[in-house]
Structures are given as structure tokens and as C-alpha cells.
Design a protein around this ligand. Structure first.
Ligand code: NAG
Ligand code: NAG
Length: 440
């Protein structure tokens, strides 16, 4: 039996995707397909997804509908005006991203983006330390040029304020500076005379911003909500490059199918496995007590939401490459399988082969993006990667977090009877705030 074969023909898939993209007036899709009627041809098919600047054409996309009005265009104009003005009048907010994995980095990127938006500074990303691969190798800049320039924060220059709120153990007590600052101060007044503010966080603060009495009204007036703010910022800032979507083209097409029920499953086995393979173990079975929980949850969600004659896709993302194949063996072809050229590695891991490292980074970005295209997300507690994807999906009541028995008990539930029913979803507080060290 061949797993991962798409249930309807490739041609129909392509038409579906094209129709979706054209209908949204969102992107141009083109394909160099040679459809020969062979069942294996989809492995060789190359789909290029070319994405245009998205300025005013987003009205019919879910982001256009849920991300409010005005701020996107206004800020994009303001941003490019700052870049063009004389140096002494420029104001920058730079986020340094050189710690932790992709989830925490993009979480930090979003936090500082809101600082830039609310303080009227030009937002810039200083991306470092990922096996020599720049962020722009995976993500395009659809609306503003966020790539840091050499003149933004010259070393040793006066007029640069460095803010490093990184805490080694990752735990931010409620009275620590980032929470006070984002939650309680007028962001426009802080460091007003500084040309550049460089922030170096590894956590998120979006929830706090919506309680900030100086900015709360503004955010709501723009049409943003705590539940949508992360997804809207990610959509405004980033667009995966065509090469990135091409790596996962079969899965991208399946998840673009508007009618299908798409269930995302993120199983993170942990840094011990990915960064340090000698010590970690990913050779685990999908047993009842442990890994089986993610898949039982997916089955329950499917039972709750399935509509007759509609296809169901399970999109499994894991730092353990073999898990998707194991899942496909157990649950059949609804489990989407990766294209062969994807590479699963932690961002910090260097293989010594720069082509491989580039593909690994693109795979990490691509899979998170695709996880954000699912209707439901069954995620791992100790990870921001899945949480961020869930927030980018702009779905509500869609998240189920797999927790330890203790963490379940803290929520006054019993792990042996708890199920992924309609009413047991995790709300925004659970997704973004309550975990002691994974905050979005
Ligand atoms: C480097 O990685 C690429 C992509 O995985 C692979 O095709 C190539 O054979 C590798 N090169 C070497 C020298 O191992
Ligand atoms: C959890 O549920 C199981 C099965 O109903 C039961 O045996 C167990 O005592 C419960 N545990 C707690 C802490 O309530």
C-alpha cells in the first residue's frame, strides 16, 4: 500500500489551489506540470507559488477579514518614509534573533513588531546564528523591508539603546521588566530620543499589550484582538518563499483544499533528540500512554467535526522524521507524507553540508507555515512552534494541547478520562499565556 497518495487526481488539486488563490486575489500560482496520468508523477511535479506584494488586495482573505483596517497600509508607508529620511531623524526598533528555535524567535519578532508599530519606529530584524542561513532564504518581506541595515545600529554609536530581557531559564515572573513595560507603560515615550532601540527577547508579550491602558484602545480600534494579533503580525511581515513551499508542495496542495477537514498534529520530542542525537531517542512507538494521545485526540476531533464525503487530512509535524511514516502505517492515507527532499533538523544543528542546512531551515519554516493552514492543531505543551502556527491559523476553539498528567490535574481534569471533545479545546490564555515559560 502506498501511503500519502493524494486521494483525488493531481490535476484536480491544482485546479482547487489555483481557484482558491485566484478567488482570494491573493497570490499568483503557476505550475510547470507534466501530468502523465501516472500515479507517481506527483513526486516529480514542481509547483511554484509566486506571491505578489499584497497591499490592498487582501479584503477577501481571512487575514483581510480578521486583521482590521488601516494599520497595515499606514505603517508600511510610515516605515518606508523612515528608511528614506535623513539619519538623524530616523527611528528604528531592531529585534535580535539569535536564541532558541524558530517558534521562540518568531514569537520575539512579533513582540518587537508591536513595539515598533506602537512607537512609530521602523521595524528591523537582525537574524543570526542559524548555520549561516539568512531568514530571507526562507521568508519574503511582503509589506515592509524588515532586514536590518548596517547603519541602523552602528556598533558603539550613541543613540542606541540595548534592551536584553533574556532570562537564562526562560521564566519571566509577572513583575519582570518585559511585562511591566509592555503591559503598563506608554511605549511612545520610552527612549524617545534614542535613534535605535535594540531588543533581544526570547518570549512573547502580546497578551500584555492588550491590557496596556495607553495602547489598548488603539489596538482594538485598528481591528486587532489578542487572539488575532499574532497571526496578523506574522501575515503582515512574512511570506514563505516559493522554494520553501515547493519543498512541501504535495502537502501544501492538500492543505489548500478548502472543503477538507485538516487536522494538524505537532509532536515535539525535544532538543535532547534533535540537537544531540547520541543522547536523544526518537525511536518511540505510538503507544497508548505517550505518543498515542496525540493521535487519539486527532481521531476524536475528526469524529466531532467530520462531514460525510469530505476528505480528512492529518498533517503530522515532528522533530522525529520517522513519526509521520509510523503514523501513516497505523492510520492510513489520511496522514500526509513529506516530499523526499525535506530535511528534519533543529535550526541550531550544523550538518557540515550547507545545502543540507539550507533545506533543513526551509523545511522547518515550511512545516510551521503549513501547520498554520490546518483547521485544528493538536500540539505539544513545551513548544512555541505549534502554538504560533495555531495562532497564525486564525481559528478559534481549534487547539488541543497534550500535557503531562500533572499539568492536566492542575486544570482539574483527569488525564485518563480527558478527551478532545468540542468543549475541551484550549482557549487563548492556555495557548499564549498560562504555560510558565512558553509565552507568546
Ligand atoms: C549535501 O546535502 C544535499 C541535500 O541534502 C545532498 O543532496 C548532497 O549530496 C550533500 N552533499 C554531500 C557532499 O554530502
Ligand atoms: C481518573 O479517572 C480514572 C478512570 O475513571 C479513575 O480510575 C481515577 O481514579 C481518576 N483519577 C483521579 C485523580 O480522579
Amino acid at each position: 500500500m502506498e501511503y500519502g497518495k493524494l486521494p483525488i487526481s493531481l490535476a484536480s488539486y491544482f485546479l482547487l489551489v489555483a481557484a482558491l488563490l485566484v478567488a482570494n486575489n491573493y497570490a499568483e500560482a503557476f505550475a510547470e506540470a507534466s501530468i502523465e496520468g501516472s500515479s507517481t508523477v506527483h513526486r516529480r511535479q514542481r509547483i511554484g507559488v509566486k506571491v505578489k506584494g499584497i497591499g490592498g488586495s487582501r479584503k477577501t482573505s481571512k487575514f483581510g477579514a480578521q486583521c482590521g483596517q488601516g494599520w497595515r497600509e499606514q505603517y508600511a508607508r510610515h516605515h518606508s518614509a523612515i528608511l528614506q529620511s535623513e539619519p538623524s531623524r530616523q527611528r528604528f526598533a531592531v529585534v535580535e534573533l539569535h536564541r532558541n528555535g524558530l517558534g521562540d524567535r518568531l514569537t520575539s519578532a512579533v513582540a518587537v513588531f508591536y513595539y515598533a508599530l506602537l512607537s512609530g519606529r521602523a521595524y528591523r530584524i537582525d537574524w543570526r546564528g542559524v548555520a549561516g542561513v539568512p531568514l530571507t532564504a526562507a521568508l519574503d518581506k511582503p509589506n515592509i523591508d524588515w532586514e536590518v541595515g548596517p547603519g541602523d545600529a552602528p556598533p558603539g554609536a550613541e543613540g542606541t539603546k540595548r534592551v536584553d530581557w533574556f532570562l537564562t531559564h526562560g521564566l519571566h515572573p509577572p513583575d519582570s521588566p518585559p511585562f511591566q513595560f509592555f503591559g503598563g507603560e506608554d511605549i511612545r515615550l520610552q527612549w524617545r530620543d534614542m535613534r535605535t532601540v535594540v531588543m533581544s527577547p526570547n518570549t512573547g508579550v502580546v497578551d500584555k499589550l492588550f491590557y496596556n491602558r495607553f495602547h489598548r484602545q488603539q489596538l482594538f480600534a485598528w481591528g486587532l484582538r489578542p487572539e488575532t494579533a499574532v497571526g496578523c503580525a506574522l501575515d503582515f511581515l512574512f511570506q514563505p518563499r516559493a522554494e520553501v513551499l515547493d519543498l512541501v508542495r504535495d502537502n501544501f496542495m492538500a492543505l489548500s483544499e478548502p472543503q477538507a477537514l485538516k487536522i494538524g498534529i505537532h509532536v515535539r520530542m525535544g532538543d535532547a533528540w534533535l540537537k544531540n542525537k547520541e543522547y536523544g531517542d526518537c525511536n518511540r512507538e505510538i503507544d497508548y500512554e505517550d505518543l498515542g494521545r496525540w493521535f487519539r485526540c486527532a481521531s476524536k476531533v475528526e469524529e466531532e467535526y467530520r462531514v460525510e464525503k469530505i476528505s480528512v487530512h492529518w498533517y503530522v509535524v515532528s522533530d522525529c522524521f520517522t513519526l509521520r511514516h509510523k503514523a501513516a502505517k497505523m492510520f492510513g492515507q489520511k496522514v500526509l507524507l513529506p516530499n523526499q527532499e525535506t530535511v528534519t533538523e533543529h535550526m541550531d544543528y550544523r550538518s557540515g553540508n550547507s545545502t543540507r542546512d539550507l533545506i533543513a531551515f526551509r523545511t522547518t519554516v515550511a512545516e510551521q507555515w503549513l501547520l498554520g493552514m490546518t483547521d485544528f492543531q493538536i500540539i505539544t505543551e513545551e513548544s512555541s512552534y505549534g502554538r504560533l502556527a495555531a495562532l497564525r491559523s486564525l481559528r478559534f476553539r481549534s487547539v488541543y494541547t497534550m500535557r503531562s498528567a500533572e499539568a492536566v490535574a492542575e486544570r482539574r481534569r483527569n488525564v485518563s478520562t480527558w478527551e478532545c471533545t468540542r468543549e475541551n479545546y484550549d482557549d487563548f490564555q492556555e495557548v499564549a499565556v498560562n504555560q510558565p515559560w512558553v509565552k507568546i
